[in-house]
Design a protein around this ligand. Sequence first.
Ligand SMILES: NC(=O)c1ccc[n+]([C@@H]2O[C@H](COP(=O)([O-])OP(=O)(O)OC[C@H]3O[C@@H](n4cnc5c(N)ncnc54)[C@H](OP(=O)(O)O)[C@@H]3O)[C@@H](O)[C@H]2O)c1
Length: 205
Amino acid sequence: MKIGILGAGHIGQALARLLAEAGHDVGISNSRGPDTLRDLAGRLGHGVTAYSSEDAARFGELIIETVPFGHYNDLPTAQMNGKIVIDTANYYPERDGKIDLGGLSESAFMARHLGSARVVKAFNAIASADLESQGDASKALDQRRAILIASDDAEAKAVVSGLIEAIGFVAVDNGDLEQSKNQQPGTPIYGQDATAQQAREVLGL
Ligand SMILES: NC(=O)c1ccc[n+]([C@@H]2O[C@H](COP(=O)([O-])OP(=O)(O)OC[C@H]3O[C@@H](n4cnc5c(N)ncnc54)[C@H](OP(=O)(O)O)[C@@H]3O)[C@@H](O)[C@H]2O)c1
């Protein structure tokens, strides 16, 4: 699959490397343009190409949005229309500034901002170092670390679950975008190294 990544920081780099290793074509972008990113893209793996954020979004059949939440207004929304968008973001007011979410979860707010994009919350509750190191596709699903996902779109959730399994984790369905509040920072499951069964117990699923 062609995957466009918006953000080449901790999470963007980890996912680019893992997804390229799993055989996907990855386009990655930062805020400063592809010239600043070509060397890094080459090091992340065969099949990783540096783009502008507009071109990465255009390239991706699926998009991973992994820029700090406060930059949500800079996302290339036109190129994201109708596509599955994985939202890894967490909202930290001290980092991102004061943003009125209107009582919505961060991802429901993002989905409203993106319009027709099919938003799936995922990878927000695992530290980038753990994402880099803890996936193991040789393990049975019930032995793997769980990655929580939440979306209003069941088909999009199934696609994202497949990607999660391909990089050695297992997806746990945590409900719709509003329920993604249960995997935001400060919740009991946030940052926990849990199997799927343990994660469901913590979440009360
Ligand atoms: N770090 C973690 O362990 C972790 C874990 C789970 C979730 N998260 C969440 O995931 C999100 C990303 O975190 P991170 O730690 O990976 O961030 P990071 O290391 O600070 O990197 C952010 C990246 O976003 C890029 N960026 C900013 N605006 C952009 C735009 N309009 N288009 C394309 N790229 C843009 C930056 O570009 P430049 O390089 O040009 O500045 C940078 O490459 C945050 O919401 C964070 O809270 C992080």
